[in-house]
Design a protein around this ligand. Structure first.
Ligand code: HEM
Length: 193
């Protein structure tokens, strides 16, 4: 497997793990089990990372384990980016941004617990999770563009072309609307004058 392939597969893994972690976090919240592990990073103190699994601990601890695998997968993604994607700066930067976000999110998860589920912290935790998912989705899509089925690309082109036909949106995708002159040369000429 080439380096680019490793990166694009790692990106897909990270998106899927992020989605699972978000679902498990929603489950913790909905089942009111946010404090089933009352401390962080251990669960019931004294460096206990493998608590007895019963009741709400299963939900809370499951969310933490999923977050751990998500963080590991994003670390791998960022390392692969540094190793193989230096020429595709967008992918490299988004991978590093995802790493920063997931580290912040894990620390914030700890703060949520230490502060007895303070609502502003919970909302920020949800907000960062959403941004992280968006960033990973964009990385996975861009890294896998060449692998996407041709008909998906056709649909995207078609949607973009529909957009250029909306009045007032000429040039929205870098081209003037049909029947309109490209204003760019005129603008350039007036700047030079
Ligand atoms: C690192 C990736 C993580 C992601 C993407 C993530 C995502 C989420 C999401 C989406 C929720 C649901 C929030 C809501 O519905 O309003 C949630 C809840 C929660 N998360 Fe995380 N989380 C992560 C890590 C952690 C970690 C490491 C902890 C450590 C304790 C943690 C603790 C919690 C708690 C306690 C709740 C429930 C809050 C409540 O019951 O009010 N999270 N998480």
């Amino acid at each position: 497997m080439r380096g680019h392939d490793l990166f694009r597969v790692a990106a897909i893994f990270a998106v899927m793990l992020c989605y699972s972690t978000i679902l498990l976090g929603g489950n913790v919240m909905a089942s009111n089990n946010g404090l089933a592990c009352p401390d962080w990073p251990s669960c019931f103190g004294n460096g206990n990372f493998l608590p007895a699994l019963h009741g709400g601990v299963i939900a809370e601890w499951g969310h933490r384990v999923s977050a751990f695998f998500l963080s590991a997968s994003i670390l791998v993604l960022a390392i692969l980016g540094l190793a193989f994607e230096r020429k595709r700066q967008v992918l490299l930067r988004l991978g590093l941004a995802a790493l920063a976000l997931v580290v912040g999110e894990a620390l914030l998860g700890g703060l949520v617990v230490e502060n007895q589920l303070e609502s502003s912290l919970v909302i920020t935790h949800l907000g960062i999770a959403t941004v992280l998912f968006g960033v990973l989705l964009v990385v996975a899509l861009l890294a896998n563009l060449r692998e996407l089925p041709a008909r998906w690309i056709r649909w995207a082109r078609q949607a973009a072309e529909e957009q250029t036909r909306v009045p007032g949106l000429s040039g929205g995708v870098g081209r003037p609307a049909p029947g309109r002159a490209d204003p760019a040369p005129e603008r350039a000429a007036s700047r030079e004058a």
